[in-house]
Design a protein around this ligand. Structure first.
Ligand code: 2AM
Ligand code: CA
Length: 257
């Protein structure tokens, strides 16, 4: 067995330490390699930070499963015990092009049960952390659930590829909203809906892109589901809607007109 409070404390400590390391090394990024395409990149910072986090997980939780973006892919459908979803740099293209607007993320499950999530906005030095049993905090300040606004009054975050494809009627949703924003980092998009600056986020995401955000956003009463309204499969790529409850209902109606 493990102590849940201690686990949360360790996860936040690791993420804060890695963010410090990232800020110190942000101007010395090397080894920029392409993965699936010209804009799908990995740098020495991604691989070094993932290795640092994995070493800590192995040390303290040797039996835990790790699903990391830069680790060899595993094809799982269920997991027992602790599972750590790790995205060492979320928004690698932002890191490379802007030296800003990227996050470090860890989401932890015990079997089917969400335990805690951490999203670190590295350059702003803001850590969003928490879980269903502890609530959500930004650094030391509790985050209050965002206002449940109408779609017409809120900004909607999107991944630009999905938006251009318009597969789920994103253009119509954009026309019915106050506006569209593209941040290029799933973690930072989740932060914007948690702090009430955006009311929704529409994207196609991998498990390490959404694990921490889903745990934190659901802890604040937000909806995080597949575009068909079903639960996310946390081991697979999913088309997701993350939104405040009323905006979610309105978006669903526009997607399935
Ligand atoms: P990354 O930087 O960790 O790869 C950009 O719209 C967001 O989508 C980022 O969070 C980025 O994460 C993620 N992303 C980039 N390429 C992706 C892909 N092919 N599938 C799913 N998510 C992707
Ligand atoms: Ca990444």
């Amino acid at each position: 067995m493990y102590d849940e409070k201690q686990l949360v404390s360790r996860v936040t400590t690791w993420v804060l330490a890695c963010a410090e390391y990232a800020r110190q090394n942000v101007e010395q990024i090397q080894d920029i390699k392409q993965k699936s395409g010209e804009y799908d990149l990995v740098t020495n910072l991604d691989t070094t930070i993932e290795a640092k986090i994995e070493a800590q997980i192995h040390k303290h939780y040797p039996d835990a499963l790790i699903i990391g973006e830069e680790a060899p892919k595993q094809h799982l459908t269920t997991a027992q015990g602790l599972t750590f979803f790790v995205d060492p740099i979320d928004g690698t293209l932002n890191l490379v092009k802007k030296r800003d607007c990227f996050a470090i993320m860890i989401g932890v499950y015990d079997g089917e049960r969400p335990i805690c999530g951490a999203i670190m906005d590295v350059m702003k030095n803001q850590l969003y952390w928490g879980g269903p049993n502890i609530g959500v905090y930004c650094n030391d300040t509790p985050v209050t659930p965002p206002e449940d606004s109408l779609l017409k009054d809120g900004l909607v975050g999107v991944s630009w590829r999905q938006f251009l494809g318009n597969r789920f009627n994103e253009i119509k949703i954009a026309q019915k909203s106050a506006g569209i924003r593209v941040m290029g980092s799933a973690g930072l998009e989740f932060i914007e809906i948690m702090n009430g600056k955006h009311i929704a986020y529409l994207a196609t995401l991998n498990p390490w892109d959404f694990a921490a955000g889903q745990i934190l956003a659901e802890s604040l009463g937000l909806k995080v589901v597949k575009t068909d309204g079903n639960r996310l499969n946390r081991f697979k790529t999913n088309h997701i809607i993350a939104a405040t409850p009323t905006a979610y209902q309105q978006i669903r109606r526009l997607q399935h007109f």
